[in-house]
Design a protein around this ligand. Structure first.
Ligand SMILES: Cc1cc2nc3c(=O)[nH]c(=O)nc-3n(C[C@H](O)[C@H](O)[C@H](O)COP(=O)(O)O)c2cc1C
Length: 202
């Protein structure tokens, strides 16, 4: 199983990146043969979408082509979505303009809302409402909300009861994601998916 780890933060030293690394460690412990492709949108910022994407401009082929190929080869995604002013960061929304059905279609995704305080729910709600319509990314029913992010998921040993809960829940969600990864491969291989006649969702 190849996992795409998407870090939606704009900050170079982000909690989202820390949590993405933690997810990778847990997934490796679950299955040592797991493979990963990480997109950290702060370290490799993508230009804002423009019509050159639809025209297939060379500049976009250079910027987006290699990333798109990697995303296509993934079976499942873990998306770290920090809460910025009660919203999903612009870099992550831009990512969902660029990544579409070819990269994400009918693959499972785990949303991880991230907050340094007691927020983190708004990004979950926003991604569940948008982001999937044309891409057909399949958000799994369970999600994570990592609150007080600085104080949890640090190192290998739990530091508190909240940390212990978070670690157990994260492992559970990641195990579920792996099973959805296997199950939705059957949907993609079924021959029913028809992006030619149904390119966009409603
Ligand atoms: C521009 C900006 C806006 C923010 N707005 C919120 C917010 O509305 N709610 C919240 O819980 N945290 C907010 N935060 C704090 C983030 O939760 C915090 O930075 C956390 O570590 C997740 O972001 P990171 O992955 O970039 O570190 C905001 C942070 C930034 C940089």
């Amino acid at each position: 199983m190849k996992y795409g780890i998407i870090i939606g933060s704009h900050r170079a030293q982000s909690q989202s990146a820390k949590i993405g690394s933690y997810a990778q460690k847990v997934l490796t412990a679950i299955d040592a043969s797991s493979q990963f492709y990480t997109v950290d949108l702060s370290k490799k910022p993508l230009p804002l979408w423009d019509e050159g994407v639809w025209r297939g401009d060379d500049a976009w082929k250079v910027v987006w082509g290699p990333m798109a190929a990697q995303l296509k080869s993934c079976d499942a995604f873990v998306v770290m979505a920090p809460e910025y002013s009660g919203m999903v960061p612009a870099a992550l929304k831009n990512f969902f303009l660029l990544a579409g059905r070819d990269e994400l279609g009918h693959k499972p995704g785990l949303i991880v809302g991230v907050s340094s305080g007691l927020g983190g729910s708004y990004p979950v709600v926003e991604l569940r409402m948008s982001s999937y319509k044309n891409s057909r990314l399949n958000w799994i029913p369970d999600h994570m909300v990592v609150r007080n992010a600085e104080h949890v998921l640090n190192g290998d040993v739990s530091q508190s009861a909240d940390d212990t809960f978070m670690r157990a829940r994260f492992e559970y969600c990641l195990r579920l994601l792996g099973q959805y990864g296997k199950a939705l491969a059957l949907v993609r291989e079924s021959g029913v998916v028809d992006f030619k006649n149904h390119p966009n969702g409603l």
